[in-house]
Design a protein around this ligand. Structure first.
Ligand code: GLV
Ligand code: MG
Length: 345
């Protein structure tokens, strides 16, 4: 194991020093764009005012014959667009694919200074992060990149879930993780063709017998999201829900996003423009919760002791819960006037 003193040293001579803390950025939705599609690319400038993160997707869903066009399209898009406060991410191809070496080499060389986060698919263990970490450091040094490119791992294999804590702790370059329910379902031999969400056959039956017996669908992703959130939070990283594939069911998408938000996730992927508003609504804290949380903070200015508010007991721990919500609300209000007004900041 690497000694603690070495953990924050650059991995290549001339590479930037790793960050000690993540940049404080709002990342409620990571919006996927296929960069080989010129029409979509032309709209990315406008998209920046609507989303927190624009991600150029080079991996799954990009046809093999378009892999190089997607890479070049991403480079063109990164060069041409002024992203402002909107994050610029790329999802590169898998570590065992014939495209990864050129994805890394071309993108860091051409637009490494503009790239915030590199999303890495099918991460199985800390060894995958160590490889990317070292290779990125060498490329950053070669191209005089001043700000380290962060790594975001997709948790989408059974082995990755087994190693989730070690992945989160693998490098100071780690920004966070997303649950990838489609690949993970396949890797685990789950019997579903859905991309995220519930399944009508995954349910619990109430006691009793006969036709009137009550049953309710359960959430097949609860366990994985909770493990991912713990691994990320313990290492100061952010956890995200990944894709929701049924664009015709916005209610189910909202329910899936909301479960992730309540369990600690910071955002979700948006694959379709209709999902942007859903993610914004879900991952910006509820105004009623914010108002109540502000009452708690006001009633306990130094965060200690115990008070009753509206019949509910408050103490040091609920003060911290309230602070999570109010800090997030302030961050949202900082970039969104409408929310600032609703929250009353
Ligand atoms: C995302 O990449 C997934 O496999 O769900
Ligand atoms: Mg996947």
């Amino acid at each position: 194991m690497k000694v603690p003193r070495k953990f924050f040293e650059p991995l290549a001579i001339g590479a930037p020093a790793p960050l000690r803390d993540l940049p404080a950025r709002l990342e409620r939705m990571i919006h996927f764009v296929p960069p080989h599609n010129e029409k979509v690319r032309a709209k990315v400038g406008d998209l920046c005012s609507q989303v927190d993160v624009v991600l150029g997707n080079l991996e799954d869903a990009i046809p093999i014959e378009s892999k190089e066009a997607a890479r070049e399209g991403f480079i063109a898009m990164a060069r041409e667009v002024e992203f402002g406060a909107t994050g610029l991410w790329v999802r590169v191809n898998a570590l065992n694919s014939p495209w990864l070496l050129d994805d890394l080499a071309r993108i860091v060389a051409e637009v490494g200074s503009k790239l915030d986060v590199l999303m890495a698919p099918k991460i199985e263990g800390p060894w995958d992060i160590h490889f990317l970490d070292q290779y990125l450091a060498l490329l950053e040094a070669k191209h005089s990149i001043a700000k380290p490119i962060l790594i975001h791992a997709i948790l989408e294999t059974a082995q990755g879930v087994n190693n989730v804590a070690a992945i989160a702790a693998a490098s100071p370059r780690m920004q966070g993780m997303s649950l990838g329910p489609a690949d993970l379902a396949a890797s685990r031999a789950m019997k579903t063709t859905r991309v995220g969400g519930g399944h009508p056959d995954y349910r619990v039956l109430a006691d009793g017998t006969g036709p009137g017996r009550v049953s309710a669908q359960q959430d097949p992703w609860h366990y994985t999201i909770a493990r991912m959130v713990d691994a990320c939070a313990a290492n100061g990283l952010k956890a995200f829900y990944g894709p929701f594939g049924d664009f015709s069911d916005p209610e189910a998408c909202e329910a899936q996003f909301r479960n992730a938000f309540l369990l600690g996730c910071a955002g979700a992927w948006t694959l379709h423009p209709s999902q942007i508003a859903i993610a914004k609504r879900v991952f910006s804290p509820d105004p009623g919760e914010v108002a109540f949380a502000r009452k708690i903070l006001a009633a306990m200015p130094d965060g200690s002791g115990a008070v009753m508010i509206e019949g509910k007991m408050q103490d040091d721990a609920t003060w911290k819960q309230a602070k999570v919500i109010v800090d997030l609300a302030r961050q949202v209000a900082g970039i969104d006037r409408d929310y600032a007004a609703v929250y009353g900041f």
